[in-house]
Design a protein around this ligand. Structure first.
Ligand code: HEC
Ligand code: HEC
Length: 308
């Protein structure tokens, strides 16, 4: 042990123990700042137990000194002791955000669709509050971005509409629901006729297909043999009142034509729809969502699809 080190150790008191021959323990007093900090935290803790809900007592707990949070439940005013849950409920009812939402909601409720669509502030509001509403009620089928599922649920994010794409049309769809119905032609058509009419359908959207099949298919489509024109119109452009697909735009919601690279695959996809028909239901939301919620959703979906 060096001389300097011994001297330094001699300056402070040690506990008197020595380990391994020469390792000693200093006996310094606690630093003053530390000690006061310790006392202060004890005082703080005791005050905290008294002021705020803290100790379990029997089946309950001490509720603290403040009994000042009031909020309304089903129109009835309630007063509770301080707790973060009630604070949140109160904030959601009367906080700045809540008041702003309420104010905007009244504005949207009073406005007509043209006014809402023309007002960037109201549109921003619609987007922010309706995203959740759409997520809760519609995304299960249509997907969170409205992209739908081929064959099952139509894409709401394109500007192709079965039942019309004006805000009023969309409101009507959401309020009353719709059934997309097309009979199956499995028993009406022979396999050759099915093949012909499918080729004709593909020719409508500009696919290069054999002319003889198209000619025969057209007979079936526009004549009493198939009667397709009755719902799709003779030109194949579809009818809003039937929710029948436009077959000329190369946008497909049931027959996965775009997913096929070979013509035979495309023909098969169309044949399957014609053979089996379609029966799918968009549920009604009347009674499940209120008028204003449907209004918000109509504007939201209209914007998703670029409107019409
Ligand atoms: C149970 C599944 C399901 C749910 C949930 C659902 N939809 Fe639909 N929706 C459908 C189906 C299926 C169709 C297609 C109906 C048809 O083929 O005519 C459809 C069609 C639509 C259309 C018409 C599209 C067009 O091209 O004209 C709109 C708009 C729409 N849904 C909006 C909504 C909104 C908004 C919600 C939420 C409030 C919602 N849907 C919830 C299944 C659903
Ligand atoms: C009773 C009315 C009705 C008749 C008749 C009818 N369709 Fe349809 N068809 C519809 C409806 C409605 C849809 C769209 C259903 C949906 O999207 O929910 C549809 C969809 C289709 C589709 C799928 C389009 C896509 O986007 O995937 C094809 C293909 C089609 N029809 C072909 C025909 C052919 C060919 C005939 C005649 C043999 C025919 N339809 C007769 C009502 C009809």
């Amino acid at each position: 042990m060096s001389e300097a080190k011994t001297k330094q150790q001699g300056a402070v008191q040690t506990t008197g123990h020595a380990w391994d021959g020469d390792i000693q323990e200093f006996n310094n007093p606690l630093p003053r700042w530390w000690l006061w900090g310790f006392y202060a935290s004890v005082v703080f803790a005791v005050l905290y137990w008294v002021i705020y809900p803290a100790w379990p007592v029997g089946k309950g707990y001490t509720t603290g000194l403040f009994n000042n949070i009031t909020y309304t439940v089903n129109g009835e005013e309630r007063s509770r002791h301080w707790n973060t849950r009630s604070l949140l409920v109160k904030d959601m009812q009367t906080g700045d955000e809540a008041l702003k939402t309420k104010e905007y909601m009244q504005k949207v409720a009073a406005a007509d669709y043209r006014q809402i669509l023309a007002d960037p502030d109201m549109m921003a509001f619609v987007r922010s509050v309706t995203k959740g509403l759409f997520g809760d009620n519609c995304a299960a089928c249509h997907g969170s971005g409205g992209a739908g599922v081929m064959g099952l649920f139509p894409n709401l994010a394109d500007d192709d509409w079965l039942w019309g794409g004006s805000v009023e049309d969309i409101q009507n769809t959401i309020t009353l629901g719709h059934t997309g119905y097309m009979p199956g032609f499995a028993r009406t058509f022979s396999d050759e006729q099915l093949d012909d009419v499918a080729h004709f359908v593909l020719s409508l959207s500009g696919h290069e297909v054999p002319a003889d099949k198209v000619a025969r298919g057209k007979q079936l489509f526009t004549g009493e043999g198939g009667g397709c024109y009755y719902c799709h119109t003779a030109a194949g452009t579809g009818m809003k009142s039937q929710g029948s697909a436009n077959l000329t735009d190369n946008i497909w919601t049931i027959a996965d034509v775009q997913g096929q690279t070979e013509l035979t695959g495309k023909v098969d996809a169309v044949k399957t729809v014609i053979r089996n028909g379609v029966n799918r239901v968009m549920p009604t939301w009347q009674g499940r969502l209120d008028e204003n919620q449907i209004k918000l959703l109509s504007v939201y979906v209209h914007e998703l699809g670029g409107g019409q």
